[in-house]
Each structure stands twice: as C-alpha cells, then as structure tokens.
Design a protein around this ligand. Structure first.
Ligand code: DUC
Ligand code: ZN
Ligand code: ZN
Ligand code: ZN
Length: 468
C-alpha cells in the first residue's frame, strides 16, 4: 500500500451517514474508506472518537479594515491557528473594498496579508462598498471567473451601506455571473433614528447598542432584501440571522419558492441582549451586529436549524481586544455605544457550542451538525466536492472529535488574538481533539502544530445553491 496515513477505528460522520470505518489518505486526499485499512506509513488511532469533515466556517473577519484607530485582534496566522484549534480546516474571510478603491486592489491587499500565514485553507468573499460602473461592468465579472464567487453587501454602516438602487445593481450582476450575494440586513436609517434618540436621552452605554438595533430593524431590511432579490430573480444568502422576526421573513420567502438562504451564529443560540444590562462598559465585550435577542428568539433559531430554514451555522468571528485603545475601549467608546466596534471572537468556539447545545442536548442529529458546520458551507460557496465531506476523492480535511469530553470555555485555553471570550465559563460536552488539513495534522490536544503557510488560498466554483 502507498498510503501516507490511515485514521483507524473511529466513527465516521457525514451529513447523511454515521458508521465505523478506517480512512486511507494519500497525497492530501481521501483515497480509501473501509472496515480495516492496514500498512499505511502512519496510523492515527481514532477509537472512541468521531471522524468528521473538518469544520468550514464561511463567515470569518480577519485583519479587516475597521476604521480610524481600530485594529482587529487577529491576523491570518492567529485567526487560522484559532480556527484549527476549533476543529476547522477551512475559513472564508472577506476582502473589503474601500470607497474609491478598485475591487481588484482590495483583493490583492487581503491576499498579501494571508499568503504564507495560514494554518488552514482560506478563501475570500468580496465586500462591495462602491459599486461603480467599472466594478459592476468589468471587475466583478472578471473576479467571479477568478474564483471569487460570492459577495457581501451591507444595508447599514456609514462606510459600507448601499442604497436600494445600488443593492439592485449588485444583485443584477450576481444573477448574470451566477455569484452568491450575502446580505447584511439591518436598516441604515432606522438605526440612525433610534441611535440619535437614545443618545439625546443620554442612553450611551454598550447595552443600548442592542436597543438601537431591535429585531424590527433587521426584519424590515430582510424583507427589503428579499423583495429586491425577487425583483431581480437572484438567489441571496441572508447572513447572521439573529432571531424569530428575520427568520420568519426567510421562511416566508422559502415557502414562496424563492431561493433565499440563511445563516445563523453561536451568539444567537447562547447570548441575549439582556446579558449586557448592568455590565457597564464591560457590555462592550458582547457588542455585535445584529445583536443577540431573547430566549424566545433562541428557541425559534433552534427550530430553524433543525427544520432546514438555515443552511449554514458560522461564527461571524470578528475579533477586537476589549482592554485596548484600538479595540472595544477606544477613546470614543465611553461617549456612546456607536463607537464600540461591532463584533466578537468565535471561530474557535463555534463547533463546541453547536455540538454541545445541539447534538449533546438532543436538538439536532450528528448528521445535521456536520451539514450545518461543514458540508453546506462547501456546497453554498463552491468548494464541493473538493471539501465538505468524508468520501473518496475529497481533500483529507478531517476533525477528530471526542463527543463525551467536557470542557469549560475560557480565554486561557483559546488561540485567538482577542483578550477575552464572550463564553467565559460556558460548559460544553464535545471537543475537537485533532484537525487535519489536506492530510497534514495542524492541531492536536490543545496545541497548534507548526507549518504556518500550509493553508492555501482557495479559488471557488459557482454555488450549488445558485445552480446552472
Ligand atoms: N457584520 C458582520 O458580518 N460581522 C461583524 C459586524 C457586522 O456588522
Ligand atoms: Zn454583517
Ligand atoms: Zn460578519
Ligand atoms: Zn504544508
């Protein structure tokens, strides 16, 4: 036999199956699956463990430009180390176009930051903030052909917001080029109205961030995005759906046969807006957009996860340091929640949280866990059947998982660049033991293993959800 590696004695879990078997790996790919594989150059004993496709986190912000004086807590090395330690073998990050900048230039800038730095495979979505005729007419079509097959657009934020006319123009290009548009659904004007009123009333603590972005703000934007997508006849992905109201819009669209897909995140099944009340400035640790909602919304999100309303469960890892003038406690943050950078770290804790709250507590099956955390991300963003499952011919991207292991999430065991985790003290059952990327081990038992630069920057194909 010419196998480089055999992973033996584990329980293989895919989006559709769960069975005992050995896996044979050669040249970075899975070349054999059977009851017993012997004679490989190297063997890993997976008895008692689940052998799953490495996690794919399709929504991770790394080293993203975050405005004057604000710096993200992770570079590509630390973010992908953290991803590996969380059982992930691929992350998808964002190349953000600054207004006035060519899209191609933004892609080159972010690629330069990533090249040679990554522990896991990485790929880029494009954030379009300036849809000029050149961007719409030339740059986007060329970039899609180069494997940048998904874009993100924003319905809020001064530096990013697109108006309805611009959204429609981007949707129209996506339809023609068969790209998938991810939409950040929160209304710019509704947030401004509420934020100004709160500030006038002196309600400026981080807690009021969530008050300035209630569910109706997200629901209105979701409905508007869905309507625009219907008008143009283009599939869309509504990212980071936070609660029952926006989810109802997605369900409504799906029942009408519209190709409206949705993602949700760990914060929306574990945190609530009220968690920030009484914390003072420390509430900034939980400030993200959309904000977490309430217990009822968490219940609705679980329904959506088990019933197929959501295709993907991503971290929306968007890390800032708390105790830093370049992070949550920047000089302006005390004057208003509006200046607290939006986002929380989570690439390393996504899988343990979904597994523990979902599989260990009996809310979702192991197969649904794999679909939501890996397989559907590959299908959604054009990496399937290279990645996203355990099968002959797939990249040997594998996570060895201990379904019984209990851990307490805490900052001291994590590998990200943030100085805190929103889940400090959160108890989980189920834990990643090892991560392989194309047949090479990149993480084992608490330690990220050498070879930074093993992670490749991936071009992607057309989304299966967009279709031919
Ligand atoms: N949107 C994201 O997708 N991530 C963090 C902040 C935001 O607004
Ligand atoms: Zn967003
Ligand atoms: Zn995000
Ligand atoms: Zn390597």
């Amino acid at each position: 036999s010419e196998l480089d590696l055999a992973i033996r004695g584990g329980t293989i879990v895919t989006a559709s199956d769960m069975y005992k078997g050995d896996i044979g790996i050669f040249d970075g790919r899975i070349v054999a699956i059977s009851d017993e594989i012997t004679g490989a150059r190297q063997e890993v004993d997976a008895s008692g463990l689940w052998v799953m496709p490495g996690g794919i986190d399709s929504h991770v912000h790394i080293a993203q430009d975050s405005g004057p004086g604000i710096v993200m807590a992770d570079d590509f090395a630390s973010a992908t180390a953290s991803a590996a330690a969380g059982g992930n073998s691929t992350v998808m990050s964002f190349a953000l176009q600054k207004r006035g900048q060519s899209l191609r230039q933004s892609v080159e800038d972010y690629r330069k930051l990533a090249e040679g730095e990554c522990f896991v495979d990485t790929s880029f979505h494009l954030i379009i903030s300036d849809p000029t005729p050149a961007v719409l007419g030339q740059e986007l079509p060329a970039l899609v052909k180069d494997g940048y097959t998904s874009f993100k657009v924003f319905m809020t934020y001064d530096d990013l917001v697109l108006n309805d006319r611009e959204l429609l123009a981007v949707f129209d290009v996506a339809r023609r080029e068969k790209a998938l548009v991810m939409v950040h659904c929160e209304g710019y004007d509704t947030i401004r109205f509420l934020a100004e009123r709160l500030e006038q009333e002196g309600k400026v603590a981080p807690y009021y961030h969530a008050v300035s972005r209630p569910e109706v703000v997200e629901r209105e934007a979701a409905h508007r995005a869905i309507s625009h997508a219907q008008l143009v006849d283009v599939p869309i992905m509504i990212v980071h759906v936070s609660g029952a109201e926006a989810m109802e819009q997605v369900r409504w669209a799906q029942r009408r046969g519209l190709k409206v897909y949705a993602e949700t995140c760990p914060q929306y099944i574990t945190l609530t807006a009220e968690d920030l009340d009484g914390l003072g400035m420390e509430g900034a640790k939980y400030v993200c957009s959309p904000p977490p909602r309430d217990a009822e919304s968490q219940k609705a999100i679980w329904e959506g996860l088990s019933q197929g309303v959501f295709q993907t469960f991503s971290s929306d890892h968007c890390p800032f340091r708390y105790d830093s003038p370049q992070g949550k406690l920047n000089p302006k943050a005390r004057s208003s929640f509006r200046w607290v950078p939006n986002g929380i770290p989570g690439v390393e804790t996504r899988l343990p949280i979904l597994f523990s709250e979902g599989v260990s507590k009996g809310r979702i099956t192991p197969q649904t866990f794999v679909a939501l955390s890996a397989t559907n991300h590959a299908r959604m963003y054009g990496l399937y059947p290279k990645k996203g499952s355990i099968g002959i011919g797939f990249d040997a991207d594998i996570c060895l998982w201990d379904p019984k292991r209990k851990e307490t999430l805490r900052q001291e065991i994590l590998h990200h660049g943030s100085d805190y985790t929103p889940w400090e003290g959160f108890e989980v059952t189920g834990w990643p033991v090892a991560t392989f990327v194309r047949g090479k081990i990149v993480y084992r038992d608490g330690e990220v293993l050498g070879d930074r630069g093993h992670g490749q920057i991936l071009a992607r194909g057309i989304s299966e959800y967009v279709g031919a």
